[in-house]
Ligand binder design. Structure first.
Ligand code: CAP
Ligand code: MG
Length: 407
């Protein structure tokens, strides 16, 4: 036990776990530290004092059910191993230990010796704002809906209408990649035409093409998508792996920002006693170089998520003490104009607000839906209550009538 010892910020990886157990908490914490570093279920003749001292994880603190464990950086294999190996240490076998009823990985702090080996986002929040010529207001995006089923031409038509209504961003949905009804090549080219047309009309907009695929193909697909005109790429980080984000962010062949979707995260994050909080994943994604990342809707939208957790995610995207560029936090999932006051009050202006159903479901169609979203953001930016602004903005008024106002 090393209770009360300070971690070394130069060399220790410090993790926090929430533990549910019938064992005394000290024993449970020791079981995690041992399993994830030098120990096993019994004493072993091959473990020497010096191995334990040099490579053993240390329990630094126990506060209620929250346990802090430090792993020395020599336990990690960053060049060959990378994030998969890091996760296997800090987030591996421990979930299955019979002695623990439940355990949730809540937070991680990396030492300089490891952060210096990652580059972080190439564009980040500021880079996206620069591309879009939008220094202060929230970015406003849409997810082309329906999720699947539209042709390339219909997708491009949707994107054009969204841009004409004032949106700065759009993206493929997480389940669309290269299905027969909407091949990536035709979709990307058709969307690029829409974006060029919008640019000609003075509306800067980008669209993220979902290139989620097998690890051995991701760079090749990224290359092809860019050659067809993709201005941004999207990757589903949990299903593809953190390495996919890192490959896209670090390979010189990729010249556009990477939007990171987190489909399947709910399997790990939803249970507040067991699994993995989003926070450590946000930190890993920032380290790997994601430029924009879904963080939840701070209690406003359709996806469940604890509000404090969403705030932690937002802070981790923008934390100025990180050595990396900031990540654009994306609030998405059941978003509609009438909830934006509540959401932005909580998030501040440095976010990307995204609505799929909340744009395509507008009674006036996609362009009106996009206008309603832009009007709501303009109202908030100018500190005018939405109800007031809606008096002379028809599209916003229609959206408030359909979906209401969330106070
Ligand atoms: C939003 C969305 C996103 C969710 C996922 C969807 O669409 O495209 O995938 O944001 O949740 O399909 O639900 P709507 P999260 O605007 O139509 O809800 O961002 O929390 O990972
Ligand atoms: Mg989606």
């Amino acid at each position: 036990m090393h209770l009360g010892e300070e971690a070394d910020p130069a060399t220790d990886v410090v993790c926090k776990y929430r533990v549910t157990t019938d064992l005394p908490m000290e024993k449970a914490a020791e079981a995690i530290a041992a399993e994830q570093s030098t120990g096993t279920w019994t004493g072993i003749s091959t473990l020497t004092e010096s191995t334990l001292e040099n490579y053993g994880a240390r329990v630094l603190a126990i506060e209620g059910d929250l346990v802090t464990i430090a792993f020395p950086d020599v336990d990690f294999s960053i060049e060959v191993g990378g994030i998969p190996q890091i996760l296997s240490v800090v987030s591996g076998n421990l979930y299955g230990l019979e002695a623990l009823k439940a355990v949730r990985f809540e937070d991680i702090q990396f030492p300089r010796s490891i952060t210096s080996m990652y580059k972080g986002p190439r564009f980040g929040a500021d880079g996206l704002r620069k591309i879009l010529g939008r220094p202060e207001k929230p970015l406003i995006g849409t997810i082309v809906k329906p999720k699947i089923g539209l042709s390339p031409k219909e997708t491009a038509g949707y994107v054009y209408e969204a841009g004409a209504g004032g949106l700065t961003n759009s993206k493929d949905d997480e389940t669309l990649v290269d299905q027969r009804f909407c091949p990536m090549q035709e979709r990307t080219a058709a969307v690029a035409e829409s974006l060029d047309r919008l640019a000609g009309e003075g509306q800067k907009m980008i669209h993220a093409i979902n290139i989620s695929t097998n690890g051995d193909k991701i760079l090749e697909v990224a290359d092809r998508a860019q050659s067809w005109g993709a201005k941004q790429l999207m990757v589903d980080v949990i299903t593809c792996g953190f390495g996919a984000v890192q490959a896209l962010a670090e390979d010189p062949s990729v010249k556009v920002p990477v939007h990171v979707h987190r489909t399947m995260h709910g399997a790990m994050t939803k249970n507040l006693e067991h699994g993995i909080a989003m926070l450590p994943m946000v930190k890993l994604i920032r380290m790997c170089g994601g430029d924009a990342l879904h963080i939840g809707t701070l209690g406003a939208g359709k996806m469940s998520g604890d509000i404090k957790g969403d705030h932690d995610n937002l802070d981790a995207c923008l934390d100025p003490s990180s050595p990396y560029r900031t990540v654009m936090p994306v609030c998405s999932g059941g978003v509609y104009p009438g909830m934006l006051e509540k959401m932005v009050r909580s998030s501040g202006l440095n976010v990307q607000i995204q609505a799929g159903g909340g744009v395509a479901g507008h009674p006036g169609g996609v362009r009106s839906g996009a206008m309603a979203m832009s009007q709501a953001v303009n109202a908030i930016y100018n500190k005018v209550p939405l109800k007031e602004y809606a008096k002379n903005h028809k599209e916003l008024a229609q959206a408030l009538e359909k979906w209401g106002l969330k106070e």
